[in-house]
Ligand binder design. Sequence first.
Ligand code: MTE
Length: 324
Amino acid sequence: MLIRHRETWSIAERDATPEHVFLNRRSFVAGAALAGAALGTGIIGLPRGAMAAGEVDPSASLYPAKANPAYTISQAVTPEAVNTNYNNFYEYGETKHIADAAQALKIRPWMVSIDGMVDKPKEIAIDDLLKAMPLEERLYRHRCVEAWSMAVPWTGFPVKALVDFAKPLGSAKYMQVQTFLDPKMAPGQRGFVYTWPYVEGLTMAEATNDLAFMVTGAYGKPLPKAMGAPLRLALPWKYGFKSAKSIVKITFTDKRPTTFWQGLASNEYGFWANVNPGVPHPRWSQATEEVLGTSERRPTMIYNGYAEKVAALYTDIKGENIFM
Ligand code: MTE
């Protein structure tokens, strides 16, 4: 169950769990699907910002945005330095420690195109989009299918606001999002194992659900590159792989997109990917999760604790596994 306690919202980043004991044991190799998981060791580093030293993010003055108290959870914020040093971003490598490599991501100029079944296709610069959207901060659970979790203070705007801006036709059934494709800027895109670019998708009902969030910042600042600057999704009731990073294109369509991981291993990853502790992934039990930045392992909740907001989206879906 989603537990909303106003007082926990007020846990500021500086008051969150101290940055101690973070010695991770795992490193998910993507080809995971193909090659299986590998073990690696990493230790916590410094928080990573949105820009490299000397670069200035033109959106910096928009942060911190006002916190929306309707979206909170009763757990401490994952320390920023833990989060920004433990990421999945295969464009920059197959380990969790891609923060340095991700500095090669050039986030200005950054254009976002909106096309497909829309009133009128558009292309908009990220800074114009930021000005047009209502920015707010939300504290969300973030649960990876690898059975780790975090609590992240994201800044952004409801996906619904973007849908209203895009004006899709009534016949559109899905919103597909696509990450940049630039092997010169992303060494991970130079190999042959993966089908780039990273693509994800939502039904229109999911995209316009209150929880679906377009992220532009975290920890009261513009989004760090390692976390998918300058625009990513946060879909807290789904496994983290649905939350595509560094989005450049949003397409409204009546065809269900084949998503990045699904295309790679459809026996392991599906379109829906809703969190369910009772439905194991072929390689990871989903019953419990390691809360990164703490020594806690706790039971996972159905829909990652957001059932009351999203369970109704799936009552009419029959004959499909909505938990993979
Ligand atoms: N988006 C892109 N473009 N590339 C990726 O490799 N990894 C996904 C998702 N979005 C990924 C991506 C996975 S597997 C997870 S768990 C989350 O991003 C991780 O987000 P985080 O690094 O902010 O924790």
